[in-house]
Design a protein around this ligand. Structure first.
Ligand SMILES: *Cc1c(COP(=O)(O)O)cnc(C)c1O
Ligand code: SF4
Length: 327
């Protein structure tokens, strides 16, 4: 751990929180422990970089009303709270973590009015922050409000709780969530050492009630930027019946210089993973573009449309195949 004054300086700038469960997973003898790296303040977070910004995806500009981020026609993201059990040092929304508390009843009502006038929105992603930091009762009222706008058919809950505080997943909580099916729980595991027995039991509680769990990971230098680590993470999740959904290129948010990986490296890792893993274990590798332009897959392209009209497809072994296309 870094010396106290430096720790304070960094934690004053970007909030720090750590659960006993997550701390218990650290490898104390490794000064570069990937799990500690994800949550412990680090002086490298203070490095400035012209590529990095406070709100790199311009979410604030895509917020039609408080608590709502809308970048797609059919779905919105609800910031249910800014708070989390642990603060990931690479968090895209670190600008709100200690500034935005639980969503108020009045704000929820405004979101419901917004949704009711927009029948094209049929999905709400309840996110934050971590919505499972809310009390059971508050979470229930958030989910009820979203469903009360008659057009909303699908709910998603994005949470890192199963990784950082699996004891938060109780039978009472699971009962509340499962009453809003179809509801999808998007977990956030980044490293195979986060796949503990406690986390497994927490996820199984959701899945056993018919809630579909998907996982989103962030590609992070020094944490999981190698094929073996990610293969073991994705295979481990699949065995738990959690489908790897997205692998994100680290967002260009301030303080993440030391987590950045070259895009080329991510594409190379994905190329290796696509040979090693079954399709069920393979997430989409995406870059989230600023300006509301959304998540864009950046996997290798296997197809080329030649000027002379020929279509060539490249296999994983590097060989090419002239596909007999039709007009
Ligand atoms: C990621 C995201 C979504 C969901 O996108 P999917 O590709 O459907 O997973 C919706 N709204 C916002 C603002 C998002 O950032
Ligand atoms: S759990 Fe999610 S919202 Fe919370 S700090 Fe980590 S990445 Fe950010």
């Amino acid at each position: 751990m870094i010396p106290e004054p430096a720790f304070r300086r960094v934690a004053d700038r970007y909030p720090f929180a750590l659960t006993p469960h997550y701390a218990s997973l650290f490898n104390q003898s490794d000064p570069e422990d990937p799990l500690a790296l994800m949550v412990m303040p680090d002086e490298r977070e203070m490095e400035a970089s012209p590529d990095l910004g406070v709100d790199p995806l311009e979410e604030d500009a895509h917020s039609p009303l408080p608590r709502v981020i809308r970048r797609y026609r059919s779905r919105i993201l609800l910031v249910a709270t800014g708070q989390c059990a642990c603060y990931c040092r690479f968090c895209l929304r670190k600008r709100i973590s200690d500034k935005v508390g639980p969503v108020s009843g009045k704000q929820l009502q405004d979101v419901v009015s917004y949704l009711s006038g927009r029948p094209e929105i049929d999905e709400v992603l309840v996110s934050g922050g971590d919505p499972l930091t809310l009390s059971d009762q508050k979470l229930d009222s958030v989910l009820a409000a979203m469903k009360s706008a008659g057009n909303v058919e699908i709910l998603r809950i994005g949470t890192r709780m199963p990784a950082v505080q699996p004891s938060r997943i109780t039978p009472e909580l699971v009962k509340i969530v499962s009453d809003y099916k179809p509801v999808f729980v998007l977990t956030h595991f980044n490293h195979p050492r986060e796949l503990t027995a406690e986390a497994r039991a927490a996820c199984a509680m959701f899945i056993d009630t018919g809630i579909v769990c998907l996982n989103q990971s962030v590609l992070l230098a020094g944490v999981n930027d190698d094929t073996d680590t990610l293969a073991s993470l994705f295979n481990g999740l699949l065995k738990w019946r959690i489908r790897p959904y997205y692998l994100f290129q680290c967002d260009l948010v301030e303080g993440v210089n030391h987590f950045r990986t070259p895009l080329k490296k991510g594409v190379q890792i994905m190329r290796e993973l696509s040979v090693r893993l079954g399709g069920l274990a393979l997430p989409k590798f995406v870059v989230d573009l600023p300006g509301g332009r959304g998540k864009v897959p950046v996997n290798d392209s296997h197809v080329s449309f030649e000027k002379d009209g020929r279509v060539r497809i490249r296999g994983f072994d590097g060989s090419t195949y002239d596909y007999p296309d039709i007009e």
